[in-house]
Design a protein around this ligand. Sequence first.
Ligand SMILES: C[S@@+](CC[C@H](N)C(=O)[O-])C[C@H]1O[C@@H](n2cnc3c(N)ncnc32)[C@H](O)[C@@H]1O
Length: 202
Amino acid sequence: MSAADRWDAKYADWQEPGSPSEFVIGHADLLAECSTAVDLAGGTGGTALWLASLGIDTTLVDVSGRALEIARSAAAERGVQLRTVCADLEAEPLPSIADLEAEPLPTAAGLGSERGWHAVVCANFLHRPLLGALCGLLAPGGIAFVQIATVDNLLYNARPGRPFLVKRGELPGLCHGLETVSFEEGWFGQRHEARLVARRPS
Ligand SMILES: C[S@@+](CC[C@H](N)C(=O)[O-])C[C@H]1O[C@@H](n2cnc3c(N)ncnc32)[C@H](O)[C@@H]1O
């Protein structure tokens, strides 16, 4: 079964988007200078919809067409603009900026003139080559928010399984070319997570 089929089946009965990431919400101050954002493997769009509600031009990428359908329907109900892109983020080669954006992105003052998003979110989805490519998806000065459960999470939770977990201290080193703004590891509620905020140098 493909990843798309597996996740479409998982989302088949969902009617509403999941909750936005409280990690990303907790860094809302860093988003003040961002006018574009992409949520990679963002599922049913909880975080993407929250970003869009701030007036940020937001793209939601996921392999599940069903997840994107739920997100689009919520966007329409809430009256927010949300771009959705169905893409396999584990494909080789990885999708490029051109594959993920439907149209050229505007440039905000202070964030450089090259193409790329001002903010990239990757939460609860681990594909190490993708994390290594985040720098190339960001505009100079752009910021990445990455949130992944660690192997310590297995102490109390059977899922996600080990292939979907980072080792203790591993996450910053996976995000090549980015400068760490903040890095935390620990128990957040019932989950043991690594949480990285990192910036592409200007
Ligand atoms: C655990 S969910 C996380 C969703 C969201 N980021 C969150 O934190 O709530 C993992 C997401 O990854 C998506 N996914 C799985 N494999 C993928 C792939 N190869 N390419 C793109 N998205 C994928 C799934 O459809 C699912 O929405």
